[in-house]
Design a protein around this ligand. Structure first.
Ligand code: GLP
Length: 258
């Protein structure tokens, strides 16, 4: 695992975009796993700058981690809409090459199976961008999720619905109760995992995931077992890591070159 601690969220975004851009240059037909949530937003904004500077993303295919069940397709907070706004548009990706589970169908279990089959056909992600939930969740894999799980329908915990209430006018009851999510097995089939976490409210989850026992109770702890993981944290998200696990700031951290 490669772990870097950077001064702030902007520096994490710039560094993470550099990692993604390097992978795209190495493999122009990259299968890119994209996460929603606030954590990767600076990454996408910085990556859009790489695209404006000439990074060729015409061959890139994107697959979202998850989607709410039951929101109308045009709801502004459906992950389909969020991915369109934060990823497809700014990165100028071909919309036909951007995939999000279908949360609008009346058969979400069939939608989950179809999504997993599509990912399998694509060969799974070459690079998977990840955030982390306050309870250590990955995508919508809540504590207790099987480590070999595949794309499926899940119930969201009250804590996750409360955390996401900010996107629904502050009303946790307005957050859908269920979601479609790639499983931990699907996510860890990716060849390279890139976790970005910022802010003090993520510090305990990050410490548990990276330095605690590997357990389904902390879904992100599976990262410890994956052969290729890059973790980019800001100082705030790294503050609960034991001193022995806290790397020094990279020498060029403040320059944040693209
Ligand atoms: C959400 C998403 C996850 C995301 C996490 C953290 O519920 N399903 O994919 O990583 O929670 O979100 P944020 O980055 O906004 O804190």
């Amino acid at each position: 695992m490669r772990l870097e601690v950077l001064p702030d969220a902007a520096a994490v975004g710039a560094r993470a975009a550099g990692v993604v851009a390097a992978e795209i240059r190495r493999r122009p037909r990259l299968v890119l796993g994209v996460a929603t949530g606030s954590s990767p937003e600076p990454l996408y904004a910085e990556l859009a700058a790489h695209v404006r500077d000439g990074l060729d993303v015409t061959g890139v295919e994107a697959w979202a981690l998850d989607e709410y069940v039951g929101l109308p397709a045009d709801h502004a907070e459906s992950y389909r809409a969020v991915v369109g706004r934060t990823v497809t548009g700014p990165l100028r990706l071909d919309p036909d090459r951007v995939h999000v589970p279908d949360g609008t169908t009346d058969d979400p279990r069939a939608a989950a199976a179809a999504y997993e089959a599509g990912l399998e056909r694509a060969g799974y992600a070459d690079l998977q961008i990840l955030g982390i939930g306050h309870n250590g969740h990955l995508a919508f894999n809540e504590p207790g999720s099987p480590t070999d799980g595949r794309t499926r329908v899940v119930a969201l915990t009250p804590r996750t619905r409360a955390a996401n209430a900010r996107f629904f006018g502050g009303d946790a009851d307005a957050v859908p109760s269920h979601a479609l999510t790639q499983g931990i097995g699907t996510i860890t089939a990716a060849r390279h995992l890139l976790l970005v976490a910022t802010g003090t409210d993520k510090a305990d989850a990050v410490a548990a995931a990276l330095t605690g026992p590997v357990t389904p109770e902390v879904p992100a702890s599976v990262l410890q077992r994956h052969p290729r993981v890059t973790v980019l944290l800001d100082e705030a998200a790294a503050r609960a890591l034991p001193p022995s696990r806290r790397p020094a700031l990279p020498a060029d951290a403040l320059a944040t070159p693209r």
